[in-house]
Design a protein around this ligand. Sequence first.
Ligand SMILES: C[S@@+](CC[C@H](N)C(=O)[O-])C[C@H]1O[C@@H](n2cnc3c(N)ncnc32)[C@H](O)[C@@H]1O
Length: 311
Amino acid sequence: MIALKNTSTRVAVLLVLSVLWIGAAHSQQPGSPAFDQETKKQEAIYHSQGENVPSGYVVGRSLLSYASILPVGFDGSLASLGPRDRWLDIGAGEGNAVLDYYTELYDSMHFEGRERRGTKAQTVAISIEDRRTPEWHETAARLEPGKIRYLHGKRLREYSAEDLGRFHLVTDVIGGFSYAQYLSVFMENVLSVMDLNATFYTLLLDVRTEVPADPSLYKDLLLLTEIEAPDGSEVKVCSWLKSISCVQVSCELNTEMKRPFELYRIQKVCEKVAVPSLVPLSYVAGTPPTRRYRMGAPRPDLLEALRPIDE
Ligand SMILES: C[S@@+](CC[C@H](N)C(=O)[O-])C[C@H]1O[C@@H](n2cnc3c(N)ncnc32)[C@H](O)[C@@H]1O
């Protein structure tokens, strides 16, 4: 439960910091009634069913769709996992990408390495809401016990490291990385469940990319994830990721959808991971939500003021 306690403490610290540090400048900051209202709206999106599911909330992407949207290395990384390896899909929705991995079609399309893959890696799919389909249950019953697990009812940060274990491969296709309110806490949790040399493949829509995108793509565009430095200047998500210790990060511009989105490949190269904190400035519910953060170490006097809260 140590990881869980640390996570709760970090969220509490970020929450208080956002109030102390930023004051009332942003109406959607944590602790404000507007923030609570946005959180409720977001919950309603997660738990929407049938015709109430917003059209932008896509929960059924296939593995083919994951391979086409994630950085190029993902397909090869998954295909090279052996039966003792583990794959975590964060924000799995219906879990269709996981189900596709266990089909014969997958092996016929990835002939090389088929024998070494054997019965394939163990997979854990996480979703806040339970979107399992009859196909999920059928596949789980057909495979050896525990080969696929679907965890729901909690966010990534609410699991302890012991609950989840460690993984060789982690993916997030417009899941927690796009939706989390506390992005730096989310990233810490992802890295804490990654084995040494494991890789995290993910992406963000509508961001300022490291390789500049065509300026016309930003015309009338509401950026979904923004980070500012303590002096208010812009920090690109890619730069923030690259400032994390013990990771190797590559950021790749993709404009296929005629909107600026960036693909991230994050490899953990040593254990002493330190993620620069991002204090939430605002969060507006959506598919995905709109988030703004301030990056940087808190002032020592604020840290002092915070000490009694987590003890
Ligand atoms: C738009 S759906 C994407 C589903 C799937 N990846 C796909 O592409 O079809 C978003 C998913 O992320 C999950 N999610 C959002 N925030 C999360 C978090 N902090 N921890 C775990 N899951 C999260 C939601 O519950 C949902 O399953």
